[in-house]
Design a protein around this ligand. Structure first.
Ligand code: LFR
Length: 474
């Protein structure tokens, strides 16, 4: 069969990229079309995402795609968009933006879980959704914003998750894609629908959201204006697994089912894939989440604050080498034993990350880091120790044996962290691919295009398309 092209738009919380993918019937090869940073914008005491700016970056990347494809005499079969989860955008009935999306790191939802749960117990909310409690879950964002009048939520017609919002701007069709909706804590994974009682608690009805669709759904074609602007022609936008973590897990190059994954980017998402939700008291106590994946699979996982701490700290360290590789190499030049709990609330979005780390060490009677190498060692060791702790809990709850850890995402390139993780977990760590999110995005487009059939065939393509590196425990 002939080779076919697809475009993946993959937006993380700090940077975004557009990727052109070629499928030759066996494997996917990719080329980066466009990469950009996108900072949170402080406006009127809150942090917002520059959604029109993101849209502009996507149009720029699509234009590059059109030029590339034209020079090859080829056409794109489809476009898929995935982004971070939980945040939403508001639109008027005429399709224009009703306000900027709040960033999930804005502190306006601090304490919202407890307030919300004064009238509905945490156990009830967990029983309905199986979703871990995080202040920034969409449920608590909408609850918080809903209490104020006169804002975008009240003045708008539609509420769309970020990947769906961008697809809406590109096509004019409003959908709510299942995987990204599942992280909101408004969706009930057992019924597969938004929960009426939770909606009622935040004063909203289902019709404020787009039509609920599964990954693989054809949302619509690029609008004529976008076709003209980008030169792409009439290309369909497919609802992929819109939640980046869902896409990342689809792209895991796993040979069998007995693996855990660690999606290692801004966040470290550590968990397993299961055929159905696991909702019980222990999981509630450990705050594990049941996020929706492809074909009814569940990502049973826990969020661990990941490279966020490292990324933030490095911008503050004056003598830090500019290259990540050089910075990571400093690991061996310190012997500091202090560690932090990466999930301590003080690291969520401090004014200064290095100060927050020093304060934590002081508070817990540990040596305060001084050199850049101290920070590198302290952060990597703390992450590996937290992975070990969370994997232990996962093992208590997992219905299956776990004998390999697949690490995907940018963090999988970090050899020191990978080796430390293998040592702490006493388990082989298979690192790669770094771009598993884009790979998972493309895999769903391939299936929508009838070029692959089920998840196991998709994972075979993932294996064919990836080079991995295995770290054995020492
Ligand atoms: C990772 C991620 C996580 C989600 C967090 C906030 O990029 O999507 O899965 O918990 O960002 O949305």
């Amino acid at each position: 069969e002939s080779a076919t092209y697809y475009i993946a738009v993959d937006l993380g919380a700090t940077s975004g990229r557009l990727i052109l993918a070629l499928f030759d019937g066996e494997k996917i090869s990719t080329e980066e079309l466009h990469r950009f940073k996108h900072p949170m914008l402080p406006i009127a005491d809150h942090l917002f995402w520059n959604l029109p700016g993101l849209y502009h970056e996507i149009l720029t990347g699509l234009k590059t795609a059109a030029e590339k494809l034209n020079s090859l005499g080829a056409k794109a079969r489809s476009i898929g968009i995935d982004t971070w989860g939980c945040d939403v955008a508001y639109f008027h009935a005429d399709g224009t933006l009703a306000g900027l999306p709040y960033c999930y790191r804005d502190p306006h939802t601090t304490g919202a879980v407890d307030k919300f749960c004064e009238d509905m117990s945490k156990e009830t909310v967990y029983g309905k959704t199986g979703i871990q409690f995080m202040d920034f879950n969409t449920l608590f964002q909408l609850y918080t914003i809903g209490k104020d009048q006169g804002n975008a939520l009240h003045n708008s017609d539609k509420i769309l998750f970020i990947p769906d919002a961008l697809a809406y701007m590109l096509t004019g069709e409003a959908v709510t894609e299942y995987t990204v909706a599942s992280t909101s804590q408004i969706l009930n994974p057992t019924t597969g629908r938004l929960d009426d009682e939770l909606l009622a608690r935040i004063g909203l009805s289902e019709d404020r959201f787009g039509k609920l669709v599964n990954p693989g759904h054809r949302i619509g074609s690029l609008t004529p204006a976008v076709q003209q602007l980008t030169g792409l022609g009439e290309v369909p936008v497919i609802a992929v697994a819109g939640h980046d973590t869902a896409s990342a897990v689809i792209g895991v190059p796993a040979k069998d089912a007995n693996f855990a994954y660690l999606s290692c980017g801004t966040w470290s998402l550590l968990g397993i894939e299961t055929p159905k939700p696991i909702i019980n008291e222990k999981g509630f106590a450990y705050n594990f989440t049941n996020e929706g994946g492809l074909d009814g699979t569940i990502r049973y996982l826990k969020n661990i604050c990941g490279m966020w701490i490292f990324e933030r700290a490095r911008t503050e360290l004056k003598d830090a080498p500019a290259s990540v590789a050089d910075l990571c190499a400093l690991y061996t030049e310190s012997d500091i034993d202090s560690t932090i709990n990466p999930d301590d609330p003080s690291f969520a979005n401090p004014a200064s990350m290095t100060q927050a780390i020093c304060d934590y060490c002081e508070r817990t009677g540990q040596k305060v880091p001084v050199t850049v190498a101290d920070y590198v060692r302290l952060i990597f060791r703390s992450l590996a120790l937290r992975y070990k702790e969370v994997l232990g809990w996962l093992r208590e709850l997992s219905p299956k044996e776990i004998n390999t850890l697949h690490v995907i995402g940018g963090g999988s390139l970090n050899a020191h962290l990978m080796q430390l993780t293998a040592n702490e977990l006493q388990m082989p760590v298979v690192a790669g691919p770094t771009e598993s999110t884009a790979l998972g995005n493309v895999l769903v487009q391939l299936r929508a295009d009838a070029r692959v059939s089920d998840l196991s065939e998709m994972r075979k393509v993932a294996i064919n398309s990836t080079e991995t590196k295995t770290y054995l425990p020492q």
